[in-house]
Design a protein around this ligand. Structure first.
Ligand SMILES: [Zn+2]
Length: 101
């Protein structure tokens, strides 16, 4: 049986709970792009740029800027909700300390 771990909190997602998948594709915004405007939302691009930074640190030569990159993340229910509230994570623009309700 396949075991999944949340890519955000690293917690194991047990079979009895919901698992959520985030799929992100990054590609040049030229005429051949098939993504919708929603897919190319600026918020997502910030997250992607963070991800690409980590990829570049692993092997910069393998990640060309013009090459489509497809990312996939598994999230637990709690992290799904947090992701949707703050897709960018803790960026420099989000230094305000929001209290949790
Ligand atoms: Zn999680």
């Amino acid at each position: 049986m396949i075991r999944y771990c949340c890519d955000r909190c690293q917690r194991e997602i047990v079979a009895s709970e919901a698992r959520f998948v985030i799929r992100i594709s990054v590609q040049a915004g030229d005429e051949s792009a098939t993504l919708t405007e929603e897919d190319m939302d600026e918020d997502n691009l910030h997250l992607i740029s963070e991800t690409l930074k980590s990829l570049e640190s692993q092997d910069a030569e393998c990640v060309e800027a013009s090459r489509p990159v497809f990312l996939r993340f598994d999230l637990c229910g709690e992290c799904r909700a947090r992701f949707l509230q703050e897709p960018l994570g803790a960026s420099s623009a989000d230094q305000l300390d929001f209290s949790e309700n």
